[in-house]
Design a protein around this ligand. Structure first.
Ligand code: ATP
Ligand code: MG
Length: 578
C-alpha cells in the first residue's frame, strides 16, 4: 500500500446521501467528476473487474457470445426505432463537425438488431445470444445516489434472437437462470419481481431487485408465498362478489359543504342512516385523461374506494403505450356532466365518458358517492345495478396488508435497487429494422427478441448497500479487491520482513494480498483503513510477532484468532478458500 494509488478519507463527502456513495468515496474506490459521472480508482476497478468476470462467465455458460458496440451512435438509427424522441431528455444528443446528429447510447437494442440483420439470413443461423459489457449514457433527472444511478454507467446488455415464441421462452428462462447464478455469486440477497402485470397479458418481464432501504424502487412481496412484483405491476386479490339483492335503493342525500371525503364521512354519520360510515364506504371518482399514440386526449374516470389513493404510475404501467395524466380545469370545463366534488358513476355512461373501477369496487358492492349535483351525494349506489363500469384496472396505491393475488396472505411494501431486468421484447425491433430469416419453406420469418440487462457498475454500489457496517465496507469474497488485507503494525524490520514473506507465499498460492507496508503510518490508522476498505480477511503481523504469533481477523464477524507465524500461510489459504 506504500505505493498504491489510494487516499482514504476520514469524512463523508458532502454530496453523498447513501451509504455506498459515502463509503466508496471514503475508501478511495471511486472519485466524482461531475453529477452522476465517476472515475474508478485501482481498488474500485479491481471490484468492478470481478463483477464483470462473473457476469461474463455466466453469459458464456448459456452460449452468449461477446461483442462490443460503440457508445457513439448515429441519430438516424434511433429515429428508425422511434427512440430518438421517445427517450426525451434522458438521451445525450450531439453533433459532429458536419452537423450530423449522434447520440450516446442509453442501451443498444437497435444496434444488435442491425448487426444480426447484416450477418444472418437463414433459419439455420438461429437461435443466437449476443452480449456486451459496455458504457451507457443516460441524462438521469436526479443522479443523486452515486454510482447507483450514474449518467455514465456500465451495463451488461444481452439479446436473444429466436424464430418462435417457444424459442424466446427458452432463451428467456436461460437468462433468468443465469441471472440467478450471477446475483448469488455476487453475494446478493435478491428478489425476482414481476415488472408487468399478468392481468394485462403483457409478455414476460421480470426485475431482479436487491432489497435495501436506500433503494429507489418500491416493490411488493407476499409474507407467505413467493409472489413479488414492482408496484407498477402488482395485482391484489379481488374481494368476493357481493350479493346486492338486499341493498336498499339508492338514496340522494343533501350534503352541503362536504368537498372532501373526511367532511362527507362526518356528515353521513349525522344523518341517521342506520350505520356508521368510514372513508372506505365511499366511492371516489378521479378524473384523468388518456391518449393513444397519435390520438387525442380523452377523459377517463377511475373509481376507487374513498380511503385509497389512485396510483398514476401503476395505471401508466398498465396502459402503456397509451399515456395517462391528471385532467386539468379545462378538461373538466368541457365536460359539464362532471360536477366537481360530487362526481358519481351513475351518469357517466350516458355522458359517454369512459369509466374504469379498481377491482376492489367489486360487482354488487354499494357505495356512497357523488350524486352529480352540487351539494349532493347518493348512498347505496350499487355496481351492476346503478352503474356498470366499462372495465376494471388496478388503480389503487398498494399498501401494507393488501391481499396477495396468489395465496391471499398479506403483502408488504419494501424498497429495493434494480440490479437487472429480463424482458421478452418480441418483434418490436425486428419489425422496425426488418430482421427476418428465410424459413425452410423459403418464406421469411420475423425474428423475435429478448433483452436482458445487468447494472454492472450499479452492482458494485448495490452490494455495498447490503453489506456495509458501521466501520466501513464488507465485501463478499467473490468480488473483494483482494483476498487478504495484511497489516504490518510495528516499526520493526523483522516484522515487515516476516509480513512480506507471508505476502509472497500467499500470492504464490493465488491468494491476492493488499499489504499495508506503510512505515510511517500508525497502527490505529492502519486498522481503521483495513476496516474501511472491507477486504474479508485481515491479517495482522505486529505486537505478538515476538512470541511467534500473528492475528487473523474476519472483517465481517470481527472474530479473530492468533496463529503461529510458521505455517500461518496454509491456514490463511484454507480460510480464504472456505
Ligand atoms: P431504472 O428503473 O433504475 O432507471 P431501467 O429500468 O431504466 O432502470 P434498464 O433499461 O432495464 O434500466 O437497464 C438495465 C439495468 O441497467 C438496470 O436493471 C440497472 O441495473 C442498470 N441501470 C439502469 N440505469 C442505470 C443508471 N443510471 N446507473 C447505473 N445503472 C443503471
Ligand atoms: Mg428496467
Amino acid at each position: 500500500m506504500s505505493t498504491l494509488f489510494l487516499r482514504t478519507l476520514r469524512d463523508d463527502p458532502a454530496d453523498a446521501e447513501v451509504p455506498s456513495h459515502k463509503l466508496l468515496v471514503r475508501g478511495g474506490y471511486v472519485r466524482r467528476l461531475a453529477p452522476g459521472i465517476y472515475s474508478w480508482m485501482p481498488l474500485g476497478l479491481a471490484v468492478l473487474g470481478k463483477v464483470e468476470q462473473i457476469v461474463r462467465e455466466e453469459m458464456a455458460s448459456i452460449g452468449g457470445q461477446e461483442v462490443h458496440f460503440p457508445a457513439l451512435v448515429p441519430r438516424e438509427i434511433f429515429e428508425t426505432s422511434g427512440r430518438w424522441s421517445d427517450y426525451g431528455d434522458t438521451l445525450f444528443r450531439l453533433q459532429d463537425r458536419r452537423g450530423v446528429g449522434y447520440l450516446l447510447a442509453p442501451t443498444h437494442e437497435e444496434l444488435f438488431t442491425l448487426l444480426v440483420k447484416g450477418e444472418y439470413s437463414s433459419y439455420k443461423d438461429y437461435p443466437l445470444v449476443l452480449f456486451q459489457i459496455q458504457t451507457k449514457y443516460r441524462d438521469e433527472a436526479r443522479p443523486r445516489a452515486g454510482i447507483l444511478r450514474g449518467r455514465e454507467f456500465i451495463m451488461k446488455d444481452s439479446y436473444s434472437f429466436d424464430l418462435t415464441d417457444d424459442g424466446l421462452a427458452t432463451s428467456y428462462q436461460a437468462h433468468r437462470d443465469a441471472y440467478e447464478r450471477i446475483f448469488t455469486r455476487l453475494g446478493f440477497d435478491y428478489r425476482i419481481v414481476f415488472a408487468v402485470s399478468g392481468a394485462m397479458g403483457g409478455s414476460a418481464s421480470e426485475e431482479f431487485l436487491a432489497p435495501t432501504p436506500s433503494g429507489e424502487d418500491t416493490f411488493v412481496q407476499c409474507e407467505n408465498c413467493d409472489y413479488a412484483a414492482n408496484t407498477e405491476a402488482v395485482e391484489i386479490q379481488r374481494p368476493q362478489v357481493e350479493d346486492a339483492s338486499g341493498t336498499p335503493p339508492q338514496q340522494v342525500l343533501d350534503t352541503p359543504d362536504t368537498p372532501t371525503i373526511d367532511t362527507l364521512v362526518e356528515r353521513l354519520n349525522t344523518l341517521g342512516l342506520g350505520r356508521v360510515f368510514t372513508a372506505a364506504d365511499t366511492l371516489k371518482n378521479v378524473v384523468l385523461k388518456t391518449r393513444a399514440p397519435g390520438g387525442d386526449w380523452e377523459l377517463l374516470v377511475v373509481g376507487v374506494p374513498g380511503d385509497r389513493e389512485v396510483d398514476l404510475k401503476r395505471l401508466a404501467g398498465q396502459l402503456e403505450p397509451v399515456e395517462v395524466a391528471q385532467a386539468d380545469a379545462d378538461d373538466l370545463a368541457a365536460a359539464p356532466a362532471l360536477v366537481k366534488g360530487y362526481i358519481g358513476p351513475q351518469v357517466l355512461a350516458k355522458a359517454m365518458i369512459r369509466y374504469l373501477v379498481d377491482p376492489l369496487v367489486v360487482e354488487g358492492s354499494s357505495w356512497v358517492t357523488g350524486a352529480n349535483e352540487h351539494d349532493r351525494h347518493a348512498a347505496f349506489v350499487t355496481r351492476g345495478r346503478d352503474f356498470t363500469p366499462d372495465g376494471e384496472i388496478g388503480a389503487v396505491e398498494i399498501r401494507d396488508g393488501d391481499r396477495c393475488p396468489k395465496c391471499g396472505a398479506s403483502l408488504m411494501i419494501a424498497r429495493g435497487i434494480e440490479l437487472g431486468h429480463v424482458f421478452q421484447l418480441g418483434q418490436k425491433y425486428a419489425k422496425a429494422f426488418g430482421l427476418t430469416a428465410l424459413g425452410p419453406d423459403g418464406k421469411p420469418v420475423t425474428v423475435t427478441m429478448g433483452s436482458y440487462g445487468v447494472g454492472v457498475s450499479r452492482a458494485v454500489a448495490a452490494i455495498v448497500e447490503q453489506t456495509y457496517d458501521d466501520k466501513g465496507l464488507c465485501w463478499p469474497r467473490s468480488i473483494a479487491p483482494a483476498d487478504v488485507h495484511l497489516v504490518a503494525t510495528i516499526k520493526d524490520e523483522a516484522v515487515y520482513a516476516a509480513a512480506s514473506v507471508l505476502a509472497e507465499e500467499l500470492e504464490a498460492n493465488a491468494v491476492s494480498v493488499l499489504f499495508d507496508d506503510r512505515w510511517a503510518i500508525s497502527p490505529g490508522v492502519k486498522f481503521k483503513d483495513a476496516e474501511l476498505l472491507g477486504v474479508p480477511t485481515i491479517v495482522v503481523v505486529g505486537k505478538t510477532y515476538a512470541e511467534g504469533q500473528l492475528e487473523v481477523r474476519d472483517r465481517r464477524s470481527g472474530e479473530s484468532r492468533q496463529l503461529p507465524v510458521a505455517g500461518a500461510a496454509a491456514a490463511i489459504i484454507a480460510a480464504v478458500r472456505g
